[in-house]
Design a protein around this ligand. Structure first.
Ligand SMILES: NC(=O)c1ccc[n+]([C@@H]2O[C@H](COP(=O)([O-])OP(=O)(O)OC[C@H]3O[C@@H](n4cnc5c(N)ncnc54)[C@H](OP(=O)(O)O)[C@@H]3O)[C@@H](O)[C@H]2O)c1
Length: 367
């Protein structure tokens, strides 16, 4: 844990290549040699930052999630290259959860190694988030929303990440059996004990978001953000009124699976399922989801993206970022080129009313 902190101290205000090679001693007495990675000096001119409500938290318009592609089964050099590409382009927000892998927990371990190798010296520039709420270890205290689970899981995450604190700690999903007050008090405790700077919730509907906000505001907990699934193929948040609720409450909104796990890209347009794709590898995206009807809609969306001079991924992200209540689009990537493609979305973010009507129709929102 302190190893990373030590690197930050000896690197502070000093980014020259010679210093980058100096060894540092971490708290366990192991010599840690820093490599020669130097991030792009113009990285802060490449990605706009958007504020979560009126809080001090500003996130890149596109953030990087480590749900897939950063597990112990993945090639470390590729993980490292994706993370470096992100930081070089101003993508300073890295999103994790206790259970990301596979195996569960290994994405945090991988990112902890990337921090030690490359990014830890820039800790004060990074926004690192993690979560707890899904099953992580056996027994009644390895899942859901009890105070015991959330605090213990946060400690485990910090150990795997090698960090003293995370920037944002989320309750990953609502727990119908635990009093909301207990889960929210646990989030408050996690901040007050120094384990996190801010808290968020994820997968809560609009009504529960209002209830959670009321509790956390009373506690004066720095609750700043909601993480939810929203994309051109999933307009449910609009039906629930969640984006407007976030605006009303002054909360940030970060949208996960903005590319519908790769469906809103060129990945599956031919009708084939590439062996190295998420659907091909047997991940959360099932080949059975890629129906002929869906392919017809995706191809129509792709044709419109081409008219705009964008890839399907870029148009999908640009659309999402134009929606009210959306602070950041939280993408995944299995290689650096995908992230670079996604970042290209930011160069054409305007839609005419006719385009929005067309996209609504292709989204299935209107006939
Ligand atoms: N809070 C929650 O409950 C929750 C749930 C899910 C996700 N999340 C967060 O959201 C993050 C993103 O989720 P996601 O990975 O599903 O996001 P996504 O951006 O919708 O999908 C990412 C996948 O799409 C493909 N892809 C991405 N960019 C591409 C491009 N430009 N061209 C072609 N293919 C491209 C890649 O798949 P291939 O592997 O096929 O190359 C990539 O792994 C997660 O890492 C996590 O941090 C949160």
């Amino acid at each position: 844990m302190r190893c990373v902190g030590h690197i930050v101290r000896i690197r502070s205000g000093n980014v020259n290549r010679r210093a980058a090679g100096w060894p540092g001693r971490c708290s366990r007495g192991i010599l840690a040699r820093m490599n020669d990675y130097l991030p792009a000096p113009d990285r802060y001119g490449r990605t706009p930052y958007r504020r979560c409500g009126r809080s001090g938290v500003q996130l890149p318009a596109i953030s990087l999630g480590l749900w897939h592609n950063f597990g112990s089964v993945d090639v470390h050099d590729t993980c490292r290259a994706i993370a470096r590409t992100a930081f070089d382009n101003g993508v300073i927000h890295f999103d994790l959860a206790n259970n990301y892998g596979p195996e569960p927990g290994s994405a945090e371990t991988t990112f902890g190694r990337i921090l030690r190798e490359d990014l830890g010296r820039y800790r004060d520039e990074l926004v690192v988030s993690t979560k707890a709420g899904y099953g992580m270890w056996p027994g009644p205290y390895g899942d859901h929303g009890s105070r015991k689970y959330l605090v213990a899981s946060c400690d485990q995450s910090l150990r795997r990440l090698g960090l003293d604190y995370v920037d944002i700690f989320y309750h990953h999903r609502p727990d119908p059996d635990t009093d909301l007050e207990e889960s929210m008090l646990a989030l408050d405790h996690i901040v007050r004990s120094g384990r996190a700077l801010y808290v968020g919730i994820s997968n809560y509907n609009a009504a529960d978001t209002r209830r959670a906000t009321a509790i956390l505001r009373e506690l004066k907990t720095p609750f700043v953000i909601h993480q939810f699934c929203y994309n051109l193929l999933n307009r449910n948040p609009e039906r629930d009124g969640l984006p407007q609720t976030l605006l009303d409450l002054g909360l940030g909104g970060i949208c996960f699976s903005p590319l519908a796990q790769g469906l809103l890209t060129a990945r599956y347009l031919s009708g084939d399922i590439p062996a190295d794709s998420r659907a091909g590898r047997g991940g959360f995206l099932k080949p059975s989801a890629i129906t002929p009807e869906l392919l017809t809609r995706l191809r129509a969306l792709d044709a419109h993206a081409k008219e705009r001079g964008q890839t399907l991924a870029q148009m999908s992200l640009a659309w999402l970022l134009s929606r009210p209540g959306v602070t950041s689009a939280l993408v995944g990537a299995s290689r650096p080129a995908q992230l670079l493609d996604s970042l290209g979305a930011l160069s054409n973010a305007d839609f005419t009313a006719d385009e929005l009507t067309l996209l609504d129709r292709l989204s299935g929102v209107c006939p």
